[in-house]
Design a protein around this ligand. Structure first.
Ligand SMILES: [Zn+2]
Length: 224
């Protein structure tokens, strides 16, 4: 899950949906949870649901979500507590990715693993065919992860045979279009030049979540 920086509220909104394009301009047209690119009808998501006392019009309470993550999350969380959030934590450290499979990062301590798993469960992020949590017919979020895993590995092979500035830029462009930042970062974990290109390619990636070589580091004032 890509850590993002929304910045300060650009203005006051009289309806939360008015914030959609401002949010997308700041953090890109991606679901903040499953990282799918959503270029049409992306939804403004209330981190703390309105029903549970979350502020309806407060920029601080907004992220962007695909239809599916928003529907599954619904009003099931009563606060931010017990989950990792892309606008407060370095959520790249929370999970590991392989093909369509997302897991809590086993390198974390046991309480952090529990929080990472709660976050996965809140949006049903680990659903894939043949897994413990089978997706519904309508839930094809796994497909993007599967395709990007394939494309990122081909890109890594291309990089290894021709590591040059043009290739690096091309990989950044391809990743920007296909989305799923975290999968690209996983596949290129040993290639600092490309990691930095990815961090810069995706609009609104939180810069204070990475060191000078593009390695993820704990986020200042975050829980991870
Ligand atoms: Zn989503």
């Amino acid at each position: 899950m890509r850590p993002v920086d929304k910045g300060d509220a650009p203005k006051q909104y009289s309806h939360y949906r008015e914030a959609r394009n401002d949010l997308a301009a700041r953090i890109g047209w991606y679901c903040s949870y499953c990282e799918m690119p959503v270029k049409n009808m992306i939804e403004v998501e209330h981190l703390i649901p309105i029903k549970n006392g979350g502020a309806e019009l407060d920029w601080e309470n907004f992220l962007l979500s695909c239809k599916y993550c928003n529907t599954l999350k619904s009003d099931r969380n009563t606060s931010r507590k017990g989950y990792f959030w892309a606008d407060k934590d370095n959520t790249l450290l929370a999970f590991t990715y392989q093909s369509a499979i997302i897991k809590a990062n086993g390198q974390l301590n046991s309480s952090q693993v529990r929080i990472a798993q709660n976050t996965i469960d809140l949006m049903g992020l680990d659903r894939y065919p043949g897994g413990a949590n089978e997706p519904t017919k309508a839930d094809t979020r796994w497909k993007g992860r599967d395709e990007v895993w394939g494309a990122a590995n081909i890109s890594l092979a291309n990089w290894n045979s021709l590591p040059c500035e043009e290739m690096r830029r091309q990989i950044g462009l391809t990743a920007f279009g296909m989305g799923h930042f975290s999968i690209w970062m996983e596949v290129f974990k040993d290639v600092p030049e490309v990691r930095k290109e990815l961090i810069n390619s995706f609009t609104g990636t939180s810069m204070n979540c990475f060191d000078a070589d593009g390695n993820p580091i704990p986020r200042p004032n975050g829980n991870l």
